[in-house]
Design a protein around this ligand. Structure first.
Ligand SMILES: *[C@@H]1O[C@H](CO)[C@@H](O)[C@H](O)[C@H]1NC(C)=O
Ligand SMILES: *[C@@H]1O[C@H](CO)[C@@H](O)[C@H](O)[C@H]1NC(C)=O
Ligand SMILES: *[C@@H]1O[C@H](CO)[C@@H](O)[C@H](O)[C@H]1NC(C)=O
Ligand SMILES: *[C@@H]1O[C@H](CO)[C@@H](O)[C@H](O)[C@H]1NC(C)=O
Length: 307
């Protein structure tokens, strides 16, 4: 019975999705928020695909005008001369969660088609392509990447969605085979996946709850994109390679390999799990790697008082 219900929901959900439901918003340093549909690709002839490109994909109950996209587009273009394409799938993402989850493969496929069609028309956007996806958008990015002729260079998964997502189910879940490098920032319990799914997985404040959020699951989940946006500007998110958060807290990983979380280009030498603490409000980063010692422990004390 359970399976029948799931199948019916799946069927209804899949039926509802049209390619037209996704709008692509293009941004570069001189043009902002230029909207096109999948069948209007001739309108982006002016875009410079010799520059790196970023595809941003929001999550459930979100849209291209959310802080996720706004903050990241702003930070990216301020620091880097790149093309940014925000895939707005809000007409699909606004449905109930389980329906939206079942639509991830279809949305991913459509996004993949558009990138392929752009590549056919204007040359290889795939040459230096990064995806940044939040929540279910991280899984959409993973699926979209599988439709491309070449693997994208990078997928940044910002707290990839956890509910009803089986990380072993390739139809739905972001995995490290989806890009040459997959970096994941885990920030929230319940809403976000806690298991490592990338080449490098970062767990700010342990990755379950975030300081300054009180008891607010949505706030924990969204923190990943604020951390990422900040890391693009001035990366002070130094993390330590460690087996777990309490080991990190007790200083067992003080001498382990360090890596900066987020940023662009990302630290592709990183591998496995990394832990770090952040401040409870912006600026969240506590210092670049190499500045550990007295400085950091004082900041930690003042942060404890903030909480
Ligand atoms: C941004 O895109 C427009 C086309 O929409 C193009 O004319 C312009 O040169 C681009 N600017 C940069 C900085 O690449
Ligand atoms: C281009 O897009 C269309 C649908 O809009 C799709 O059927 C086709 O497969 C796409 N081309 C590639 C190479 O993915
Ligand atoms: C992609 O862009 C990054 C950052 O600008 C650069 O370091 C890298 O060499 C580029 N890779 C390719 C294949 O162009
Ligand atoms: C680890 O580093 C912190 C911060 O510098 C320090 O307070 C702590 O004593 C160190 N722990 C160990 C076991 O070295």
């Amino acid at each position: 019975m359970k399976y029948i219900v799931v199948l019916v929901v799946c069927f209804l959900g899949a039926q509802a999705v049209k390619e037209d439901d996704i709008t692509y918003h293009f941004h570069n340093r001189t043009t902002s928020n230029y909207e096109i549909k999948h069948n209007q690709l001739n309108r982006i002839a002016g875009f410079d695909f010799t520059k790196p490109s970023f595809i941003l994909i929001h999550g459930w109950h979100s849209a291209s005008n959310s802080p996720f996209d706004g903050e990241i587009v702003k930070a990216l273009l301020k620091e880097h001369d790149v093309n940014v394409i925000v895939a707005d799938w809000s007409p699909i993402a606004k449905d109930i969660y389980i329906v939206v989850k079942f639509n991830v493969p279809t949305v991913g496929k459509y996004v993949g088609y558009v990138i392929n069609n752009i590549t056919e028309k204007y040359g290889p956007i795939e040459k230096n392509l990064s995806f940044v996806g939040h929540s279910l958008g991280a899984h959409v990015a993973g699926v979209a990447a599988r439709y491309l002729g070449n693997k994208p260079d990078l997928i940044v998964g910002l707290d990839p969605a956890f509910p009803f997502v089986n990380i072993k189910d390739e139809n739905y879940a972001l995995c490290k085979a989806d890009a040459k490098f997959v970096q994941v920032i885990h920030s929230g319990i319940i809403a976000g996946i806690h298991a490592p799914v990338g080449h490098a997985d970062y767990f700010p404040n342990g990755g379950f709850i975030q300081p300054g959020c009180g008891i607010n699951i949505e706030c924990y989940h969204k923190r990943s994109h604020y951390y990422y946006a900040e890391s693009l500007k001035n990366n002070k998110f130094c993390a330590h390679s460690c087996a777990g958060y309490w080991k990190f807290k007790f200083g067992h990983c003080n001498d382990s390999k360090t890596s900066l979380m987020g940023g662009y280009p990302v630290d592709e030498s990183a591998s496995g799990k990394y832990y770090l603490d952040t401040n409870s409000k912006s600026p969240y980063g506590r210092g670049p790697c190499g500045s550990f010692g007295d400085d950091i422990s004082k900041k930690e004390e003042s942060n404890q008082r903030d909480m």
